[in-house]
Design a protein around this ligand. Structure first.
Ligand code: UFG
Length: 325
């Protein structure tokens, strides 16, 4: 059993990880300003509502309990918004992380698992993407996360801090027993938008059908949020056992096109997905698929969800509970 501080634990991936850590018997406290997340995602009595830049409150929380480690999710995640408001993204994502690391250092807490992203690779030269490929973000969101990875690297070289940065590919699905799922406002992610199209009859727009992929639509690596949560728990165990850190892709190693995800949703729901083809979305690389063996080999991670239909089905049952479709 460890005492863990989770930042951003009211968000989609943070909340699933919080529930998973509690299920495993860890002691968990959550910091979240609720600017994007939801209080109903956090188990009763564990939420501390403030921003990471409110350092006096952070210091007070660290002084109140002897935390063994931090899992740091708190960040803005919308790529398009980051292009429109880069300063806000750097201030929140990079600035917030640095404030957290300062408080951790003052409190003598020196283990952290960090939410990074496949967006650090930008438009990669090929696929699957391995961790040593060039880091060349194509938007402020990816850059704001890469800057944190670089800061962590320096902290690990110069202080006692040890870290694991998990570079997420496309998180999706939900865990029914936790009673939570994917809720973003506005929603920009493919699977919830497919369900919205089924429910409302308003067609989904497939962003581009002229990519150099077998069916012309973009390919992504869809990873179940339960498997992402377990990747955090493996990273935590590794750090607490004295392991060194580094950066790890968190993906399945399998890619599916937008049209294949639509077909999976039709199989799972038994309903037609109304869709039309539109222009490419700016900044979308044709294919992002992880080379995910490092996470398995070095952190002992074993994903449970191997079929796209199973992943889509778990997202659909959350959607049906939420909207009653
Ligand atoms: N897509 C559509 N129509 C839509 C929405 C999405 O065709 O209405 C397509 C996108 O073009 C893309 C795929 O569906 O090919 C997945 O799109 P998402 O928006 O669900 O996810 P992204 O791959 O754009 O983004 C994910 C994370 C980001 C992260 C990024 C890193 O959600 O937080 O991967 O590459 F930054």
């Amino acid at each position: 059993m460890a005492r863990i501080l989770v930042t951003g634990g009211a968000g989609y991936i943070g909340a699933h990880t919080t529930h998973e850590l509690l299920r495993l018997g860890h002691e968990v406290e959550v910091v979240d300003d609720l600017s994007k997340g939801y209080a109903h995602n956090v188990p009763e009595g564990r939420l501390h509502r403030f921003r990471l830049q409110e350092q006096a409150k952070l210091d007070e929380l660290f002084a109140s309990r002897p935390f063994d480690a931090v899992i740091h999710f708190a960040a803005f995640i919308a790529v398009g918004e980051s292009v429109r408001e880069p300063a806000r993204y750097f201030a929140n994502n990079t600035g917030g992380s640095l404030a957290l690391f300062e408080s951790m250092q003052r409190a003598g807490v020196n283990r952290v698992v960090f939410s990074s992203t496949a967006a650090v690779y930008g438009d990669p030269p090929g696929t699957p993407i391995h961790e040593e490929m060039p880091l060349a973000p194509v938007n402020p969101y990816g850059e704001s996360k890469l800057m944190v990875e670089k800061a962590l690297n320096w902290l690990a070289r110069t202080t006692e801090l040890r870290y694991v940065a998990l570079r997420y590919f496309n998180a999706c699905g939900a865990v029914a027993e936790f009673g939570i799922g994917e809720e973003h406002d506005p929603e920009t992610h493919l699977i919830p938008l497919i369900f919205r199209a089924i429910r409302t009859g308003e067609p989904l727009t497939v962003f581009g059908d002229d990519y150099a992929t077998p069916d012309g639509s973009c390919i992504r690596d869809y990873i179940h949020v339960a498997d992402l949560a377990s990747a955090h728990s493996c990273a935590l165990d590794h750090l607490l056992a004295g392991g060194g850190g580094g950066c790890f892709n968190a993906g399945t190693g399998r890619g599916f096109s937008v049209l294949e995800v639509i077909q999976a949703a039709e199989r799972v729901t038994g309903r037609k997905v109304p869709y039309k083809t539109g222009p490419r979305r700016e900044g979308d690389p044709p294919a992002l698929v992880a080379e995910a063996s490092r996470l398995r080999a070095q952190l002992g991670w074993q994903p449970r969800f191997t079929s796209l239909d199973e992943i889509v089905a778990s997202a659909w049952s959350f959607d049906a509970r939420r909207f009653g479709s």
